[in-house]
Design a protein around this ligand. Structure first.
Ligand code: C2E
Ligand code: SIN
Ligand code: SIN
Ligand code: FE
Ligand code: FE
Length: 367
């Protein structure tokens, strides 16, 4: 180990090994566990733990820790707390004679801490999102070189962690928003939540087929169920009319696109921005004969072109106050025969190419 560490290429090798961990593992827990194992080996430490900062409770908790279950500590106590607060490396050579040390944890775990190396995990805004800590070097004390290596590992850990935390937060809050807003329209329109879910899944399928990035697929999956949120501004007499709408009623109904846009648009939220654009564009048609603006081909957002297909397909295969549900094959034929007129031809081809997956969603989420 010593020889390796003195070799100037060693840091590069460490980075390469880290790269391999990140490439082969996508699940956060596995990434972190691999990082902790890797750090333990590189530093010849007895244990490593990765704490996450819980800002709400101002605590640090162990997401991953060798040898112990979850521990929660006040975010400003102990060596980890010092690292979190100071945003700086902490090296401890004799824990029980160090003012930073909080013996409470050893009391809980039955462990005997001697030496500690702790580095903060910082996000891209330089805020503390956690702490990476190594305990009890097997021989001797943690060195500055150890600290540098742990920093190197931690920078990569922060990156993986920040993405995962952002992603989790986005999922949690967005899923709630989606459910609330989608059900607002459902409530008025007698549509089921299976309808909005299916539109989300069909739309994600098309977005994936189209080659969108994973994050954009996720956004469209969350945003597309809100396409009809503007129906909360349309009167029940029209929405629940059991027969065909007259011309004036349909003119009123058309307003749901822009009502939805106004309702949903929010500059601070990617999901709500996407949802607003989808609400505005989902009744535009590829040949320019749709509403509200009669946009054509790629004047219509890709999100709008996708949901044009998935919404109509799902409306056709669902029962409505004014119509019975169509058979799967009949609805597919409708999509096919409106290729290039109502619908973007490329997206129709992708939809048909993935027809097996479409059918699976159709079967699994029946009303
Ligand atoms: P929706 O029920 O969610 O239908 C969405 C879109 O699916 C419709 O947009 C239309 O493009 C397509 N679609 C649905 N059912 C049929 C059908 O039986 N035949 C054909 N060819 N296409 C169909 P559209 O036309 O802009 O309608 C927007 C919304 O207006 C509908 O949303 C529905 O809430 C309402 N609506 C449309 N037509 C009628 C109607 O005759 N009676 C009533 N009560 N409501 C209607
Ligand atoms: C993200 O971009 O925050 C995560 C979504 C993904 O896995 O691409
Ligand atoms: C994001 O878009 O990255 C989060 C904000 C949001 O969509 O609410
Ligand atoms: Fe609509
Ligand atoms: Fe709909």
């Amino acid at each position: 180990m010593r020889e390796q560490i003195e070799n100037p290429d060693y840091k590069l090798n460490v980075l390469i090994e880290l790269g391999k961990i990140l490439v082969h593992e996508h699940r956060l827990d596995n990434v972190l566990m691999n990082m902790a194992d890797f750090a333990r080996e590189i530093l010849s430490a007895d244990r490593c733990s990765i704490f996450i900062h819980d800002a709400k409770r101002n605590e640090l908790w162990t997401k991953i820790a060798h040898g112990v279950d979850e521990i929660r500590i006040p975010a400003d106590k102990g060596i980890a707390g010092y690292a979190a607060l100071s945003k700086d490396i902490q090296i401890v050579v004799d824990a029980y004679n160090d003012f930073r040390f909080n013996p409470e944890i050893d009391r809980v775990t039955g462990y005997f801490t001697k030496t500690v190396l702790a580095v903060p995990l910082l996000n891209s805004q330089d805020e503390t999102i956690g702490v990476f800590q190594a305990l009890n070097k097997k021989s001797g004390l943690f060195t500055n070189m150890d600290a540098e290596l742990l920093l190197l590992i931690s920078n990569n850990t922060s990156y993986a962690l920040e993405n995962a935390l952002l992603y989790e937060k986005l999922r949690d809050t967005q899923t709630k928003i989606v459910d609330k807003l989608s059900s607002a329209a459902e409530f008025k329109d007698n549509e089921t939540s299976a309808h909005t879910k299916r539109v989300g899944l069909y739309s994600a399928l098309l977005a994936e087929g189209y080659g969108m990035r994973k994050r954009d697929i996720e956004i469209i999956k969350l945003a597309s169920p809100m396409h009809d949120a503007g129906k909360i501004g349309i009167s029940d007499d029209i929405l629940k009319k059991p027969s065909k709408l007259d011309i004036q009623e349909f003119e009123d109904m058309k307003k749901h696109s822009l009502i939805g846009y106004e309702l949903l648009y929010d500059d601070d939220s990617e999901i709500l921005k996407a949802a607003a654009i989808i609400a505005k564009d989902h009744h535009e048609k590829y040949n320019g004969s749709g509403y509200p603006y009669g946009l054509e081909s790629d004047e219509i957002s890709i999100h709008g072109r996708i949901v044009a297909i998935t919404d109509v397909f799902d409306a056709l295969t669902s029962k409505r106050p004014y119509k019975e549900a169509w058979e799967f094959d009949k609805a597919i034929d409708f999509i096919k025969s409106n290729r290039g007129t109502h619908f973007d031809p490329i997206l129709v081809d992708l939809f048909l190419r993935d027809i097996i997956k479409v059918k699976n969603i159709y079967n699994e989420l029946k009303d």
